[in-house]
Design a protein around this ligand. Structure first.
Ligand code: NIG
Ligand code: FE
Length: 405
């Protein structure tokens, strides 16, 4: 049997654990901060994390005899790797012209999705794969160690299945989003498209997916169509997530809560009843600051959600239409500046919050038993993620104890 691979990370100036053993339920304490910390990683899993002065003697002794690898992080702050629970990274083309027109006053509409569908259908698997690999490198370099990817730019049985198969190469959190928008060829009969989504398309896509999602919004799918699609996915064993209330308030939030969705995403326009429903549920509200930034819409009110007791996640929604950023630090900075979040809340939501939105207990925190996914920041503390917007602060990124960037 091979000896376990053991690494001791020392010299951590500030360690954000998100570990309930160190953390209170709210405020900065929620981050479970340990100063002057060390972390012991065995076979890619955190075995111990805490104040360097209290590293258990038995572990220290074992290290001395096993000649363990020791990495001195020279005073850096360390946070859990970002968990980006909402992306659309498999697509062809871009929509820079649409963005430019928006910045001259044109409104965002769900219809723009169709232009990416045309470019994606025309792209080969090799082209889509190469581009995805570039995005993955971009995510890693910025500290994202877990990410979800949705289909939704194919909208035929074969195209949706191939987008999911391509995404599956790089993440287990793949989401079938055949119900992204009604494709042009079904414009006259949207319900016939819904029949296809819940029938042959779901059959072809379910083996490549962990989740099902629907865009429940005027111009995309009605609440009734969305319910039908999500229930069909759930019956096939897929977890439920939903895009809702991006462009206007609607019935999507209540639908998500009703179906015990892991997450409802966007939440830009919420009624008081929506907030009460979310607060009484285990559905995470995932906010996507890049969307409001790139569409010049009002930002969602994270403060209102958090004060009501709702679990909030932050994600990039990286896609060529509404939010072409893959940067979680950017999302944190905007959420702090414009959505009423404190830096501690934003960092928690971009790590532990994302993990909750994906119903994952192995990532988003640095407690014994967690996968050793973490970012060493070129900064003395986590606040710098919001305090130094636009500055690349990820000095080193590890996943399962192995260096990624
Ligand atoms: O999450 N809202 C629906 N889907 C994407 C937008 C995709 C696009 O415009 O291409 C979103 O914002
Ligand atoms: Fe999206």
């Amino acid at each position: 049997m091979l000896a376990p691979a053991t690494t001791l990370f020392t010299g951590i100036g500030q360690l954000v654990t998100n570990d309930p053993a160190f953390a209170a339920s709210a405020g900065v304490e929620r981050l479970g901060i340990v100063d002057h910390a060390a972390m012991l990683v065995v076979d890619g899993v955190v075995q111990w994390a805490g104040a360097a002065s209290s590293l258990p003697v038995a572990d220290a002794a074992a290290l001395a005899v096993s000649d363990a690898d020791v990495v001195d992080l020279a005073g850096a702050a360390v946070i859990p790797g970002f968990v980006d629970s909402h992306t659309h990274l498999v697509f062809g083309g871009d929509r820079a012209a649409e963005f430019e027109a928006r910045m001259s006053g044109q409104a965002y509409s769900a219809g723009g999705i169709r232009s990416t569908v045309a470019a994606t259908r025309a792209a080969t698997d090799a082209e889509l794969t190469a581009r995805l690999d570039t995005f993955v490198a971009e995510l890693h370099a910025q500290g994202t160690t877990t990410f979800e990817i949705k289909s939704g730019y194919g909208l035929t049985v074969d195209d949706e299945a191939r987008l999911l198969a391509i995404a599956r190469r790089v993440t287990e959190d793949t989401t079938f989003l055949g119900a992204h928008v009604v494709p042009a060829e079904f414009a006259a009969d949207p319900d016939a498209y819904v029949d296809l989504v819940v029938g042959e398309m779901l059959d072809a896509c379910a083996p490549h997916a962990r989740w099902i999602d629907t865009f429940c919004e005027t111009g995309a799918f009605t609440p009734e169509q969305s319910r039908r699609i999500l229930k069909a996915g759930a019956a096939r064993g897929l977890g439920v997530r939903l895009h809702a209330s991006q462009l206007a308030p609607g019935a999507g939030i209540r639908l998500a809560v009703d179906l015990d969705a892991a997450s409802v995403d966007h939440c830009t326009y919420l009624t008081d009843d929506d907030i009460v429903a979310l607060a009484g549920s285990s559905t995470v509200a995932t906010l996507l600051p890049g969307v409001e930034f790139s569409t010049r819409q009002p930002y969602p009110d994270a403060r209102r959600l958090i004060d009501a007791g709702v679990t909030v996640a932050l994600a990039s929604d990286c896609n060529p239409g509404s939010s072409f950023t893959s940067s979680m630090p950017f999302c944190i900075a905007v959420a702090v500046r414009d959505m009423g979040m404190t830096p501690a809340e934003a960092v928690w939501s971009a790590t532990a919050g994302g993990a909750a939105a994906l119903r994952r207990t192995d990532v988003g925190h640095l407690a014994p038993g967690a996968r050793a996914d973490f970012v060493a920041l070129r900064a003395p503390g986590y606040v710098h993620l919001a305090y130094r917007p636009g500055v690349p602060l990820a000095a080193g990124v590890w996943r399962a104890g192995a260096r990624l960037a």
